[in-house]
Design a protein around this ligand. Structure first.
Ligand SMILES: NC(=O)c1ccc[n+]([C@@H]2O[C@H](COP(=O)([O-])OP(=O)(O)OC[C@H]3O[C@@H](n4cnc5c(N)ncnc54)[C@H](OP(=O)(O)O)[C@@H]3O)[C@@H](O)[C@H]2O)c1
Length: 251
């Protein structure tokens, strides 16, 4: 499918990298140098120039990848009616998208940067008329889950959108812990990278509590470490992190 990506930032690039083998990707942005640099890295993309005066969106399938505050200024350059608008903007409602951009169908999506490795867990919600196509597009850069309401997109944002940053904290803390006890930084980093890679398939087939029970033997090393995590209210901190991110996503 021909897709027009609006934006040249981190999320735009992750989607380009993931979807490029499956779709005809066109890109527009406001910065000519950033567009040229993307073209150098992904020669297959088609540049549609910079958004200066007007940009004709008639009949296009747009993926809007700008910052939420940029919706209005970017949309002010658009003329025509898009076939579909997929937005990745955190906290920007379907109502707000409809107010600023003319399209036949609107879908909010919440991908994450793992899209660049075709591993984004993307949630979606919007017009049923474009549901099948939207899922198909998002599955080209990972997994896709169509939710039951718009509110749920904001909750998902707090987990799937922000999640890589939360897990990065876990990865960094575990690495620092190993270094503190005397492991070389390089070895600790390799260890944690391997841990995350091996953990993903385990989690696919099992409830996290069962996984934990299988690792934790009575009076053992894991139990000792786990006690420290509970003492530090780690579980509570993660639940609060999701709560705060959800509140923020609601605007
Ligand atoms: N990063 C993530 O993990 C993540 C995850 C899920 C969703 N998102 C969503 O993805 C969107 C983009 O985030 P990002 O992380 O990719 O940010 P980013 O790297 O800062 O990229 C933002 C893009 O928006 C463009 N932009 C900003 N103001 C503009 C304006 N007035 N007119 C035209 N273009 C404008 C920027 O252009 P310039 O390069 O010229 O400044 C850039 O291309 C956000 O809405 C965010 O909510 C991000």
């Amino acid at each position: 499918m021909k897709l027009t990506i609006i934006g040249t930032g981190k999320m735009a690039e992750a989607i380009i990298a993931g979807a490029l083998p499956y779709h005809d990707i066109h890109v527009v942005g406001r910065n000519g140098e950033k567009l040229a640099s993307l073209k150098a890295r992904y020669p297959k993309i088609v540049l549609e120039g910079t958004i200066e005066k007007t940009f004709d969106i008639e009949g296009k399938n747009l993926i809007l990848c700008v910052k939420p505050y940029a919706l209005e200024p970017v949309a002010s350059h658009f003329v025509g009616e898009a076939n579909a608008l997929l937005s990745v903007l955190a906290g920007t409602t379907l109502e707000s998208l409809k107010t600023h951009i003319k399209a036949k169908s609107y879908v909010r999506t919440m991908p994450n940067l793992a899209a660049s490795h075709q591993k984004s867990m993307t949630t979606l919600f919007g017009d049923e008329a474009f549901k099948k196509e939207a899922i198909d597009i998002c599955e080209s850069f990972g997994k896709a889950l169509w939710l039951g309401s718009e509110k749920e997109i904001d909750i998902a944002t707090a987990v799937a959108g922000s999640g890589p940053a939360f897990l990065a904290l876990v990865a960094e803390a575990l690495t620092d812990g190993a270094v503190k006890e005397g492991l070389k930084r390089e070895d600790a980093t390799t260890l944690v990278q391997g841990l995350f890679e091996g953990f993903a398939p385990l989690l696919e087939g099992k409830h996290p509590a069962i996984l934990k029970d299988e690792v934790m033997s009575p009076g053992g090393t894991t139990a000792a470490g786990y006690g420290a995590l509970e003492e530090g209210k780690t579980r509570d901190a993660f639940i609060k992190a999701v709560e705060m991110a959800y509140k923020k996503a609601q605007g």
